[in-house]
Design a protein around this ligand. Sequence first.
Ligand SMILES: [Mn+2]
Length: 316
Amino acid sequence: MTAKMDKLIREGRTFFITSHIDPDGDAIGSAFALAWFLEDLDRQATVYLKDTVPYRYDFLPKPRGLVHTIPDREAYDTVFVLDCGSFFRVGDGHERIAAMGPVVNIDHHDTNDRFGRVNLVDTDASSTGEIIYRILRSMKADLNHNIAVNLYTAVFTDTGSLRYDNASAAAFRICEEMVRAGVDPGRVAAMIYESHPKERFLLLGEVLRTLRTFGDDRIAVANVTEEMFRATGTNREFTDGFVEYIKQIRGVEVAVLLREIGPESYKISMRGKGTVDVAAVCNGFGGGGHKNAAGCRIEGAISEVEKKLLDAMGIK
Ligand SMILES: [Mn+2]
């Protein structure tokens, strides 16, 4: 499979790289690392992310071609879509992007629907960053600092700082290699986990006040509303990591964060500890993800949304 990538990259000149809305460390690190590699090869690489880079990832070296609006240019030799289980995860305008060139789908989500002309999907990979690493390695890329720090961040964040089930030996090896290449793990961790504006904690306080549990305390649910964002001067970017806090409660098997995204409309983030396949639950609502980390959207009043989720997990 990497031989096919090799050919696409060597023969192409113009590349479009994109990833999902609400980009996380894997989406950003993978896209930036691939773009830096292409730029190093004197290829033209445009990176389109619908949303801006969250503050915690602002320290990552940004490739020259980063944009947040879909460019007017209509054709590229290859369109890379990274870390997306389905094409619509790219956000509004994904149909236009699909028409810009042959789509290469590079991903590791269990629920990936193979939307690409070429599908480089490995559900055993810790992260999309790991797959990008393999491509770059097979092409004998110079893993310079710009590439290394982006790849490190992709793998490190998607494995929950090398703590989750997907923190494989391969993930550790890649992180080790990036540290050898000059990445400072203390600095990266400080930037990602210890550089929050205090408003994030005001918001966290509000969210934790909504905490409730179901099914003999095995399911923990909290919600975040537009009103909380207004009151604390924050936005959805600040909720990153909240659902993981709730997961830390002893005995909790599934943690759920319900984020209001409109009138009677919620974005659901679910995290599991191995006993419930949360990707399967989210898939039932048109979403997807991994066995222990998944998301979806559900319409309805908050109590209805909560009931639908509990029903889907067989909780009374
Ligand atoms: Mn990922």
